[in-house]
Design a protein around this ligand. Structure first.
Ligand code: ZN
Length: 607
């Protein structure tokens, strides 16, 4: 979105001048390994280096976690920075200044307002914090925080504060500091009076939690009431700085631990997040009184694809977990749901049971699907016959969302078991369910998939030859995306085959390396050295295997369709199918005759 503000040629000049080996080398130690450099991955925990940097391609790829990209994506990931910020900083370093394009007056105005509001919230946070430390009125707030086990160190680290109970303490202080009442209101700290002119403080007599973005700038506040006043929790409204659906509390403090530990813990409140940090679980973040949103996921995805949700064990908590099911489906995230025993919340649990008990709870947390099925089953078992029927329908509908048929049948067996039902009857019922429109193009996880989801061997060989650009023009004409079965392979081939000249092909390969679906395999394949001395033999054999496999699948489908058509007396259709069947069989025969020697012997240097 903001990418468009910096001219493409400036971006390219910066990319050309910056050396990825230098840039990455400033963050971790790299050693030469063949044509590439290797080091310990900064994005996941590992003991042997699988983080690889290619000077020739100016890319990096981690064979452990799948993270990868170019010099810009490395800096964005490691600094948690935005694309324009990274380009600007790197441009300065390599001597290509990034000039701002002239922006429209409206945009300029928005940028200026944003800057003023950021200055304002910073001063406000400092003021709230001072109140908490020094104001006599804040005594109950100090006691309250102490009663919840907050140490002075934690209060300092999270910059916790206090807003005075009068109507204009914040307004007066900020006006004195030079901010206009309109800006104070725009930052969400004051509200216009209804009956008269002027404004009054939004947060009064509350413990204040500054909410910071990834650059650690204060963009909003959460306030907790001390007495029985309502609402108990109050957040900043939506402002030019703050949008609660896009912000996770404490992510700025948690990001390093999240990448180091490889997962994030998501809780529901500031206190839970802070308590976890204080107890040493520095990878905890909190939503701000909302369910997780797609924007939250995109934020998390920058650091990890493994999420542990921690909800209160009450019904509302269970419902909250269930609501996230659709959000996470097909997102590529691995999600577990942890629940603390009834009567506890994460804060009280970790304080009374200690970090080890908490770690055990996280470790044994069921997957989101297991949790969801279990919750429905519990409700079903406890209820009437009607409840049980509804429960079965619910669970089966959920199971439809599993893309893996093996998982599906295992889950159905489990459900049958749990409800004491006949598995066959359940399966019949499942098949009779109307097909819900499950998102058709389920995106594959962009990280860490290659090891877990290997490519068919022949597809791997062909893609490897393709990304190393060793195919002759004649070979190129024979590679077709539709012959591949793996969706990542299909994507890669279709991207690269759309380009017909070598230089556009290189661009297409660069694009494929950053593609959400095929980026990981593209980088991984391009960074492994080519193990074939007879490229032609490797190519022909793999292509043959690929085509034979595709034909076998198609033959099976046609045979089945033909049998159906004949049975139903649709002779015309059956005849057409038979013709096609014949063509395919001939094609198969022709293929079988080509090059009978195995490429394993002919093509590979080392197996
Ligand atoms: Zn890694």
């Amino acid at each position: 979105m903001e990418k468009g503000l910096i001219p493409e040629d400036v971006i390219n000049r910066i990319r050309e001048r910056a050396d990825i080996v230098d840039i990455v080398g400033a963050h971790l130690s790299l050693t030469k390994a063949g044509q590439n450099f290797k080091g310990l991955c900064p994005f996941h925990q590992e003991k042997t280096p699988s983080f690889t940097v290619s000077p020739s391609r100016q890319t990096f790829h981690c064979f452990g976690c799948g993270e990868g990209g170019n010099v810009f994506s490395f800096l964005m990931k490691i600094d948690g920075s935005t694309f324009p910020a990274v380009v600007r900083a790197l441009g300065e370093k390599v001597g290509v200044p990034v000039e701002d394009r002239p922006v429209s007056p409206a945009v300029r105005q928005r940028m200026e307002l944003r800057e003023r509001l950021l200055a304002l919230t910073k001063v406000a946070a400092e003021r709230f914090h001072l109140n908490l430390l020094a104001d006599a009125e804040a005594e109950p707030a100090r006691n309250y925080l102490a009663s919840r086990g907050m140490t002075p160190d934690t209060i300092e680290r999270f910059d916790i504060g206090y807003s005075q109970s009068g109507w204009d303490g914040t307004l007066t202080a900020l006006t004195k500091a030079g901010f206009s009442a309109e800006d104070i209101a725009a930052a969400g700290l004051a509200i216009p009076r209804e009956q008269a002119a002027g404004f009054y403080d939004r947060f009064r007599g509350r413990v204040m939690f500054p909410i910071r973005d990834l650059q650690k700038q204060v963009i909003g506040f959460g306030g907790r009431m001390l007495d029985d006043g309502t609402p108990k929790y109050l957040n900043s409204p939506e402002t030019p700085l703050f949008s609660k659906g896009r912000i996770l509390y404490a992510l700025d403090a948690a990001r390093d631990a999240i990448t180091r530990l490889g997962y994030v813990i998501v809780v529901e409140g500031y206190f839970d997040a802070i308590a976890l940090h204080q107890a040493g679980c520095a990878n905890a973040v909190a939503t701000l009184g909302t369910a997780l949103t797609p924007e939250h996921l995109e934020l998390i995805r920058r650091f990890t694809q493994r999420v542990v949700l921690l909800f209160d064990p009450d019904a509302a908590g269970v419902r909250a977990a269930l609501r996230t099911m659709d959000l996470f489906l097909g997102s590529g995230f691995s999600v577990q749901v942890g629940s603390v025993p009834a009567g506890d919340d994460p804060d009280t649990f970790i304080r009374s049971q200690g970090p080890d008990a908490f770690a055990a709870l996280i470790k044994s947390a069921p997957s989101l699907l297991e949790f969801t099925v279990q919750a429905s089953l519990t409700a079903g078992r406890a209820g009437t016959v009607e409840d049980r029927v509804r429960c079965v329908e619910d669970v089966l509908t959920l199971l439809q969302k599993l893309s893996n048929p093996v998982e599906q049948s295992a889950a159905i067996r489990h459900v049958a078991d749990q409800l004491g039902m006949d598995e066959k009857a359940l399966l019949a019922r499942y098949k009779a369910l109307p097909r819900k429109s499950v998102k058709a193009s389920t995106p594959q996880p962009s990280a860490g998939v290659f090891e877990n989801q290997p490519l068919p061997k022949d597809e791997e060989v062909l893609l490897q030859l393709l990304v190393h650009e060793v195919l002759t023009p004649e070979m190129w004409t024979e590679v077709r995306a539709e012959d591949f079965t793996d969706t990542r392979a299909k994507r890669l081939v279709s991207l690269v085959c759309a380009a017909d000249a070598p230089h556009t092909r290189q661009q297409a390969l660069a694009q494929a390396g950053e593609d959400e679906l095929c980026g990981s395999i593209t980088r991984a394949l391009s960074m492994t050295e080519l193990p074939y001395d007879n490229i032609n033999a490797a190519f022909q054999q793999s292509l043959k295997a690929l085509k034979l496999r595709r034909i076998a699948v198609e033959l099976q489908e046609i045979k089945a369709a033909e049998a159906l058509a004949t049975k139903a007396g649709r002779d015309e259709e059956a005849r057409t199918l038979l013709v096609r069947l014949n063509v395919l069989q001939q094609e198969r025969q022709k293929l079988s005759k080509i090059n009978p020697s195995s490429y394993n012997e002919a093509g590979r240097i080392h197996a």
